[in-house]
Design a protein around this ligand. Structure first.
Ligand code: SAM
Length: 392
């Protein structure tokens, strides 16, 4: 055994400075030891004023805010913030574009997210609104009629409007890859983190739309599974037509036993397909496929335990679709048994009502089950839920 050194110098090992000691002796202000220090260049007040003037004119021209918000704008000092963020480097055109993006981000935050701002922000339904905001940057791919409706929709309010136009201006100055990166960053900010090397699993994928959307938004790989060979063939054909079949693939397989690689998936979901299978078997397969920290999401109809057993309407829906709707409680029990910890639950029942009301009016969509859905949702026996969980 060696003798312990007994001089202070012997303890002076190479490595990072002792932050605690230097912080204690450091005069206030200046560099924090161990961190890169770049003294802040004061914002050029003329530039800041000019950016504010341009942004205010832009906001007014696009009608981004209601009149009663005038004044809030100057308080925030967007011009100063942007000039400070880009000291000395960017010209006025670029600073203005950066200011527009900053402004758009703030409108989304104020109007959609922050409840105490009193501008309509709310945590209920926030996911949906952020996806809308994201879609202002990331064009919808659908039928020509749907795309037309979407184009109209993204001009519907200040947040969507501002994002839409700020990005158009940004794209005029930036390279295509910079624009792409920006859209990806905002997608991540709004929707969570998925990158082009990640893989997602679309369980009970139907004709495959969910995987296409995920790939177009994140560039990720997607594997869909359906028990219908016809659906898998159709979906693979669509992927080929879109030229994304190198990353988006559909498999004619049982989602309870996919044979896919364990732990290979960053995210997985079931959209309206959990009622066809036993939840324990399904969640065991998701837990097997997801990496630790991966995200599982389901959107599903379930019956409400608080109401009692499955109602008459729920039984009719089961018979109509030849499925077996589970009680709400069973989702959480089965998740807990399979290393899936719920992180977000949203009751989408109310938001689903207009769909069923409209569908009742559309001759080509009516199947005779519409009124049963509406009664079940309204009498509280049936709920349309989103459950997001983390694989632990
Ligand atoms: N998720 C799709 C969507 O949002 O359009 C389709 C939903 S559709 C109501 C239900 C889907 O679940 C069908 O595609 C069906 O083939 C699939 N499904 C049911 N049981 C399955 C199983 N054991 N394995 C794979 N897919 C299954």
């Amino acid at each position: 055994m060696s003798t312990p050194p007994n001089t202070a110098a012997a303890f002076s090992l190479p490595g990072p400075p002792n932050l605690a000691r230097t912080l204690r002796t450091r005069p206030p202000g200046g560099a924090v030891p161990g961190l890169r220090y770049r003294p802040a260049a004061p914002a050029d007040p003329e530039k800041a004023e000019e950016i504010d003037r341009r942004l205010e004119a832009w906001a007014r021209q696009l009608d981004l805010f209601p009149a009663q918000w005038t004044g809030d704008f100057t308080q925030f000092q967007f011009g100063r913030a942007v000039v400070l963020q880009h000291p000395g480097a960017a010209d006025l055109e670029r600073l203005t574009v950066a200011g527009k993006l900053l402004l758009a981000e703030n409108i989304v935050d104020n109007c959609y997210c922050e409840e105490d701002e009193g501008r309509g922000g709310a945590h209920r339904g926030l996911g949906g609104r952020l996806i809308m905001a994201q879609s202002a940057l990331d064009p919808l791919h659908g039928t020509p009629e749907l795309e037309e409706e979407w184009r109209h929709g993204v001009q519907a309010d200040g947040p969507l409007h501002s994002y839409h136009w700020a990005l158009k201006d940004y794209a005029a100055l930036a390279t295509p890859s910079q624009t792409d990166r920006f859209v990806q960053d905002i997608a991540r900010l709004h929707l969570g983190d998925l990158s082009p090397t990640d893989r997602v699993f679309d369980a009970g994928c139907g004709r495959g739309g969910g995987s296409v959307v995920a790939h177009l938004r994140y560039g990720c790989h997607a594997d869909g599974a359906t028990i219908s060979a016809k659906q898998a063939d159709f979906a693979n054909g669509q992927a080929r037509k879109r030229g994304i079949d190198d990353k988006v693939r559909y498999h004619h397989r049982n989602m309870l036993d996919t044979g896919f690689t364990p732990g290979a998936y960053a995210a997985s979901w079931n959209n309206e397909s959990t009622m066809y299978v036993e939840l324990d078997l399904l969640f065991a397969e998701h837990a097997r496929l997801l990496r630790r920290g991966g995200r599982y999401v389901t959107i599903t109809g379930c019956y409400n335990d608080a109401y009692g057993r499955a109602s008459r309407e729920v039984s009719l829906i089961n018979a109509h679709y030849i499925c077996d709707i589970h009680p709400r409680s069973e989702y959480f029990r089965a998740m807990a048994r399979n290393r899936l910890v719920p992180v977000h639950v949203e009751d989408l029942t109310e938001a689903a009502l207009p769909y069923w009301e409209l569908r009742r009016e559309a001759d080509h969509l009516v199947t005779g089950i519409e009124d049963t859905f509406l009664t079940a949702y309204r009498n509280g026996s049936f709920q349309y839920l989103l459950i997001a969980a983390e694989r632990v």
